[in-house]
Design a protein around this ligand. Structure first.
Ligand code: LMR
Length: 393
C-alpha cells in the first residue's frame, strides 16, 4: 500500500533546521525557523518557566486525564491575557490546544462543521504553514493584498478594498501583531477601519496571535483582538505560547470562539470539545501547567514580564544593528524597513538566487522568500552577516 505514496519536499521553514545543523562551517548563521535566541545564540528555558516547572514537580499529585478542553485554570488565564474582558465571558469559549497550529486546526474543523464551503481570506503573504494547514483541512482560501515587496510597506488601500469586496459571511485571517513573515502590522487607526469594514460587511475575523508581547507589550499587542471582540458578534482567536513563553516543543496554545449569545457559545463549546476528541483526544498538559502557574503567581508573572521585555528589546536592537551595518556596506540599498518591522521577522528583500548564494557561499540560512529571523543576529555575527549580504548583492 505505502508504495503508492510520493516523497514530500522538506518543509520550507523546518527543513532549514537540519540543513543548518549539518553545516560544519563555524561561522554559519541561522536566520530560518522562528525561535528566539539570546546574544550567545542560545534558546535557553526562561527562568520563570524553570521555576514554574520546579513548582509543578513538587506539587503535582496526579497525571490523570483533564479532558478535551485541557486545564480550566490555564484557559481562563489565557482568555484574560488575550481578551481582558473585551467581550462577555458567557459569549466566549476558550480551550487548550497543542500549540498555535493545533489551535488553527481545531478552528478550521469548527468552521467547516458550521459551513462546508467556508472561505477564509489570508494576507498575501502569510505564514508559510497557514495555507497547507487551513487549506489541507478543507477550507477554501483566498488571498487579500498585504505587503508591497518592492516598497516594503503594507498595501493598506488595496487590503481595505479587498475586504470591502469580500462576500458577507466570509472569514478573514489576521495576525494580531508581528505579522509573519513581513513584521509589518496595521496601525491602531487601520485596525479601527478594518473593524468598521468587518462589521459593515458582516465578515468574521479569525486572528492568529503567536507573538503577543513581542511588538510593544502584552496589552497593545492585543489591541486588534480586544477592539474587534467589543464590536463583532462572532470571531475566532488562535493563541500560541511557543514564542512569548519560549515553550516551542511543549506545544501550548488556545483557541477561542466568540459567539453572538450565550446559548450559541454553549453549542460551539460542545462542538469544539467533540471535535478535539475525534482528532487528538486531549491536549498535552505540561506546558500549559507551566503557563498557568506563571500567570496565577504574581512574582513569577513579573519575572516573566521582564524576560519578555528583554527578548523584545534584544530583537529591536538587532534590527537597528543590522540596518546600520548594511547602510555602511551596501549604501545603494534601502533596508530601513528592517527597523520599522515588529517581532521576529521581516523580509530582507533580496532574490531567491541571493538567498541560495548566502547559504552556499557563506552558511547564512533563511527562508527562500528572504524572510529572516532577527533573533539569529548577534553583536558577534552582524558584521559577517552584513559582509555576506553585501557580497551577494
Ligand atoms: C516560523 O514561522 O518560523 C515559526 O512559526 C515556526 C514554524 O512552525 O513555522
Amino acid at each position: 500500500m505505502f508504495e503508492s505514496l510520493q516523497t514530500m519536499p522538506a518543509d520550507a521553514i523546518l527543513g532549514l533546521i537540519a540543513e543548518h545543523r549539518d553545516d560544519p562551517r563555524p561561522n554559519k548563521i541561522d536566520l530560518g525557523v522562528g525561535v528566539y535566541r539570546n546574544a550567545a545564540g542560545e534558546t535557553p528555558v526562561l527562568a520563570s518557566v524553570k521555576k514554574a516547572e520546579h513548582r509543578i514537580l513538587e506539587t503535582q499529585i496526579s497525571k490523570a486525564y483533564l479532558g478535551t478542553a485541557g486545564s480550566p485554570d490555564f484557559n481562563s488565564a489565557m482568555q484574560e491575557m488575550t481578551f481582558a474582558g473585551a467581550a462577555s465571558d458567557e459569549r466566549l469559549v476558550t480551550i487548550q490546544t497543542p500549540g498555535g497550529s493545533g489551535s488553527l486546526r481545531v478552528a478550521a474543523g469548527i468552521l467547516l462543521r458550521a459551513r462546508q464551503d467556508t472561505t477564509v481570506w489570508v494576507s498575501e503573504p502569510t505564514w508559510a504553514n497557514h495555507v497547507p494547514l487551513l487549506g489541507g483541512a478543507g477550507l477554501k482560501l483566498k488571498p487579500y493584498p498585504y505587503y508591497d515587496t518592492t516598497k516594503h510597506v503594507i498595501q493598506t488601500d488595496a487590503m481595505l478594498d479587498a475586504l470591502r469586496a469580500a462576500p458577507k459571511g466570509d472569514v478573514v485571517l489576521f495576525h494580531a501583531c508581528c505579522h509573519n513573515p513581513s513584521g509589518l502590522d496595521p496601525s491602531v487607526d487601520d485596525w479601527r477601519t478594518i473593524t468598521d469594514i468587518l462589521v459593515e460587511r458582516e465578515l468574521i475575523p479569525f486572528i492568529d496571535t503567536a507573538y503577543q508581547g513581542f511588538a510593544k507589550n502584552l496589552d497593545e499587542d492585543a489591541f486588534p483582538i480586544r477592539h474587534m471582540a467589543a464590536r463583532v458578534p462572532e470571531m475566532i482567536v488562535s493563541s500560541s505560547c511557543s514564542k512569548n513563553f519560549g515553550l516551542y516543543r511543549d506545544r501550548v496554545g488556545t483557541v477561542s470562539f466568540l459567539s453572538a449569545d450565550a446559548a450559541t457559545a454553549a453549542t460551539v463549546s460542545s462542538q469544539a470539545n467533540n471535535y478535539v476528541r475525534t482528532i487528538y483526544s486531549m491536549p498535552p498538559d505540561h506546558g500549559a501547567a507551566i503557563v498557568s502557574t506563571i500567570l496565577h503567581d504574581e512574582a513569577l508573572r513579573s519575572e516573566w514580564y521582564a524576560e519578555l521585555d528583554d527578548m523584545r528589546d534584544r530583537l529591536q536592537s538587532m534590527r537597528g544593528l543590522l540596518n546600520d551595518a548594511l547602510v555602511e556596506k551596501v549604501p545603494e540599498h534601502d533596508f530601513s524597513h528592517l527597523v520599522r518591522a515588529n517581532g521576529m521577522f521581516c523580509f530582507l528583500g533580496i532574490t531567491a538566487h541571493h538567498v541560495d548564494r548566502l547559504k552556499e557561499d557563506f552558511g547564512v540560512y533563511m527562508v527562500n522568500s528572504s524572510r529572516i529571523n532577527i533573533a539569529g543576529i548577534t553583536p558577534d555575527n552582524v558584521e559577517y552577516l552584513a559582509d555576506s549580504i553585501a557580497a551577494v548583492l
